[in-house]
Each structure stands twice: as C-alpha cells, then as structure tokens.
Design a protein around this ligand. Structure first.
Ligand code: DX5
Ligand code: ZN
Length: 216
C-alpha cells in the first residue's frame, strides 16, 4: 500500500478547485505542492499564499516541496499557510540541519530531498531530523519529465538506512512517476509516490489509485 501525493503542478490551474475535488473523490489523502524560486530551479512557482488558498479548500495532508536556494526565511510563512509537512533540499544554500530544526520547532513534519546527483549516504546523519526523505527522480523544475532509472537504485539504500535509524520515515519519490512504473519504485522501497501529469492527465485515474493500493 503506497500513498499517492498528487503534484498540483500537473493540474489544470484554471480549474484548481475541481482538480482538488477530483483527488478527494478518488480517496487521495495527500497533495504535493511544489515551490520554486528561479534560483534552485530554472522555473518559478507558487508561494505561501497559494498553499493558504489550497488549505482553505481541503483538509488533505499538504506535502509542501520547497525547491528554494534559501528556504529558511520562508519557513514561518509556509507553516502559517497551513503546511502539514515541509520538505527542503539537502543541496540548498541554507544549512539543512538548521532548517529542519526550524520546521520541527513549529510542530510541522520535516522532509529532506536529494537531487539526482546527490548520493543517499550524504543525508544519513540527518535522518534523526526527518519524517520524510524525498528522492528526486528528475532534475527539479518541471512536471512531465521522464523518470531517471539511475535514481531508483537509491531507494533500497535509503530504505535500509531508515530501518537502521529505527525511526518511521516516509520514503517519497518525485518525477516521472506513472501507472507503468509505480510498482517498480514501490518494490524498490518508496511508500509515497508524487504524481503530477501521471495522475492529472491519466485516462483512468482510478487505475492509478488501485495500483497504489496494490490491487492492479
Ligand atoms: C518537479 C516537481 C514535481 C513535478 C512532478 O520539479 O518537484 O513534483 O510536479 O511532475 P510529474 O509527476 O509530471 O513528473
Ligand atoms: Zn515536487
């Protein structure tokens, strides 16, 4: 059984309310909200006010992914906006340990993400501060890219590290997840699957949900 976290970046933004209702009708409990600063990523999106607007619409678990070079200065704003979990990047310029501690101090769950070039061993010492680890399976910045197989091998390594840590930590994947590769990334150790275009453009979204439940 894996958790689906639909990435709003893949939704039709002019019909955002309906797109969120669609995920609710499918019984999906999480939403993934990407934030990009144009520095850490080549693209720009969406800001705390957007998170706040989504918060007003739903009680789903808001999984906020900060692809920001300097996340620290925005933590309070994203907490106030109603985030349930805030993920930062190991490669950001702000010290990841200090930023994770700041998120935790606000009583919000913490996530730490690694880009394709970062080895899993780099973050092992930070696992005690994490509620979630996010393995990017594309270069951060855009939806609709193809999953990089060279990132999937990190999942069993991290699964083992998490086991060794003795803590309950979600292992999430983000980028290029589709109906056709969900089972493979779950078998490799992921238990939260971010899905943007793979869900919002799916001809049969119910089949995606069944696959996440291990029924396909
Ligand atoms: C990419 C974002 C992803 C993106 C995934 O930088 O972090 O969350 O929306 O989109 P798909 O599932 O379409 O690859
Ligand atoms: Zn993301």
């Amino acid at each position: 059984m894996t958790i689906l976290s639909p990435s709003i970046l893949g939704a039709d933004l002019l019909r955002l309310g309906e797109e969120i209702e669609k995920t609710q009708k499918l019984g999906i409990r999480w939403l993934h909200l990407d934030q990009m600063d144009g520095l850490f990523t080549p693209n720009i999106a969406f800001g705390p006010q957007f998170v706040q607007a989504v918060r007003k619409k739903t009680d789903q678990f808001l999984d906020v992914h900060l692809m920001l070079e300097y996340p620290m200065q925005y933590i309070e704003d994203f907490v106030a906006a109603g985030s349930d979990l805030i993920t930062i990047h190991y490669e950001a310029k702000d010290d990841p340990e200090a930023t994770l501690r700041a998120i935790r101090a606000h009583g919000v769950k913490t996530g730490l993400s690694i880009k394709p070039a970062t080895p899993p061993e780099a973050i092992e010492h930070l696992l005690p501060l994490c509620d979630l680890v996010l393995v990017m399976t594309v270069q951060p910045g855009y939806g609709g890219q193809t999953l990089r197989d060279d990132c999937v091998h990190k999942l069993p390594v991290l699964r083992e590290m998490i086991k060794k840590s003795g803590r309950e930590i979600y292992l999430e994947v983000d980028g290029g997840i589709k109906l056709g590769n969900m089972a493979r990334v779950a078998a490799a150790g992921a238990n939260v699957l971010v899905m943007g275009t793979g869900l919002f453009n799916a001809t049969d979204p119910e089949a995606v949900v069944r696959a996440a439940h291990g029924e396909a």
